[in-house]
Design a binder for this molecule. Structure first.
Ligand code: GLU
Length: 533
């Protein structure tokens, strides 16, 4: 009775307060008539529903991508749904464009949500800032049940508490002072329009839950923390509160999230219980670290997805790279070269995720990209065609000065691609350094290993002996015989030819270069070099 009375005062006072408040506060505090559509808690027999719930406070990095991927794989391997929910309650830290970019990044990676702000399902809205009416109603329930209370403590008091705890070498925590305010005191403070937040009353019993990855977790929450704020003084819900309410109303059955959130889980479970709801199952994913063991950060450029995209890393390669850090797959997966999303879904097993943090191994990324290029070339005609087009684009951009002399016949480009598969980490490598000879004539450089007359004879022989197939093996035999016949040291001949063909001191084998360049281009380059001598 008294509680209800105070709630009414809360609503009334809030309305008064709203007049001078920004629009979003009004939205939150005004009573709403509509009840959320869904009221039942997830049932174990429910179809799996998982969510990826990023805050748009930065762009997605590899850690976020791993969380999204594992949620997706878990859902798809159970015939369930993967949901994208945007957690934007921390309005001060929002980064412009981040929300849209997260969605685009997911789509780029092939992790397409079944429900999201862009394709709403039955439990929307999927952006927390559009759900304030729901949080407002839910907090009312906790207030009425005595599980939440007004806190009027000032920042100054909280700061003093923190300082005192530090002085006494204790863990700083709120002392729950306002738990003990009488209804009269509350009414008085509200009537004075004093600033308040709303806190959740923690239970003091031990908290226990079964983490699907870490096993049984026991934590004495109330001993380590004061009652948490669930509605901030600006009227916004905190992450913890909105997260619990949404997981319930969006019928989330399993929460797979980074281990940094594990410490918050007992708090979330307490809130579920306070509402009388069944909590979802929790699985915390171990940390993914940089190769040097430091933590990944949203502000760290080289782990953001865009960085990899620009490097020419294919999305599937990036996913495969992530799956190779920290487990999650059965043994058969190891035998698959260039696994695709369907393979990942088929072989994903949450029980195989180990609880140790893992470090990224950048060499693996190159291997994954190579395997993916090979896969696309061999198994997906459409993607193979796109690869050829992309190589043409890269060559034209890189060698725009030579545009007329470039051999960009699709067949040739495809041959080059097939030949280069074991040599490149990304398509960009085809137009750089050692492989630039594929597209443009080598620069002029002085080489005296073999005289020009010999080179001319060699070119003539190559032209006339068209019964030799222009393959690495046949060319090798031909070159050896030529060196013997003309009494030239074989290594000198090779050195000279390398110079004619690529102008470089190292790179692929000479016979190999000749094979990939083809008879005509080889002869052309040898004659050109002979002329320059
Ligand atoms: N919004 C949280 C984040 O940015 C989500 C945590 C969770 O999945 O519960 O990571």
């Amino acid at each position: 009775m008294i509680q209800t009375k105070i709630m009414n005062i809360f609503l009334k006072t809030s309305n008064i307060l709203c007049k001078n408040q920004p629009h979003y506060v009004t939205r939150f505090l005004l009573p709403s008539l509509a009840r959320p559509v869904c009221t039942s808690a997830p049932d174990p027999s429910d179809k799996v529903r998982v969510r990826f719930a990023p805050s748009p406070t930065g762009f997605m990095h590899l850690g976020g991508l791993r969380t999204a991927l594992f949620n997706y794989l878990f859902a798809k391997s159970h015939g369930g749904k993967f949901i994208l929910r945007i957690e934007d309650t921390d309005q001060e830290r929002l980064v412009e464009g981040a929300m849209e970019r997260i969605y685009q990044d997911l789509k780029w990676a092939g992790i397409v949500p079944d429900e999201s702000p862009w394709n709403e399902g039955p439990y929307g809205p999927y952006v927390q800032s559009l759900r304030y009416d729901i949080y407002k109603q839910e907090v009312k329930k906790l207030m009425e049940d005595g599980r939440a209370y007004y806190c009027f403590c000032s920042e100054r008091r909280l700061d003093l508490l923190r300082k005192e705890a530090v002085r006494l070498r204790q863990v700083p925590k709120y002392d729950n002072k306002c738990r003990h305010l009488t209804p009269g005191q509350i009414a008085e403070r509200l009537a004075k329009n004093d600033k308040f937040c709303i806190r959740f009353k923690l239970d003091s019993k031990a908290d226990e839950f079964q983490d699907m990855i870490y096993g049984k977790i026991v934590y004495f929450l109330a001993q380590n923390e004061g009652d948490p704020v669930i509605i901030k003084s600006d009227g916004f819900p905190t992450y913890h509160f909105a997260n619990v309410v949404d997981d319930h109303y969006m019928k989330i059955t399993h929460v797979l999230r980074g281990v940094e959130w594990q410490i918050s889980t007992p708090k979330h479970i307490q809130m579920f219980h306070a509402f009388g709801w069944r909590p979802p199952n929790y699985a915390h994913l171990p940390l993914v670290m940089n190769p040097n063991g430091s933590k990944l950060s949203k502000r760290q450029g080289d782990v953001q997805l865009d960085h990899y995209r620009k490097m020419g890393i294919f999305p599937q390669a990036l996913l495969n790279f992530i799956t190779q850090s920290g487990g999650g797959f059965d043994r058969d997966m190891i035998d698959i070269v260039g696994p695709q999303m369907t393979d990942l879904v088929q072989h994903f097993d949450i029980k195989k995720i180990n609880a140790h943090s893992s470090r990224l191994n950048t060499d693996l990324l190159k291997q994954c990209n190579r395997e993916e290029i090979a896969y696309q070339l061999k198994h997906t005609p459409e993607k193979a065609e796109a690869l050829v087009k992309e190589v043409i684009r890269l060559v034209q951009t890189e060698f725009s000065d030579h545009i007329k002399s470039l051999d960009l016949d699709e067949k040739h480009v495809r041959d080059v691609l097939e030949w280069s598969i074991t040599r490149i980490d990304s398509l960009q490598d085809l137009v750089k350094g050692k492989l630039s000879f594929l597209w443009v004539l080598p620069r002029r450089s002085k080489d005296t290993s073999v005289d020009s007359g010999t080179l001319e004879v060699l070119a003539k022989n190559l032209a006339s002996e068209d019964d030799i197939e222009f393959t690495k093996a046949e060319i090798s035999g031909f070159l050896k015989a030529f060196a013997e016949r003309n009494r030239i040291a074989f290594d000198l001949l090779m050195k000279s030819l390398r110079n004619c063909l690529s102008g470089l001191k190292e790179g692929p084998g000479v016979a190999e270069m000749m094979e990939i360049l083809g008879r005509d281009k080889t002869i052309e380059r040898i004659l050109l070099a002979a002329k320059r001598k």
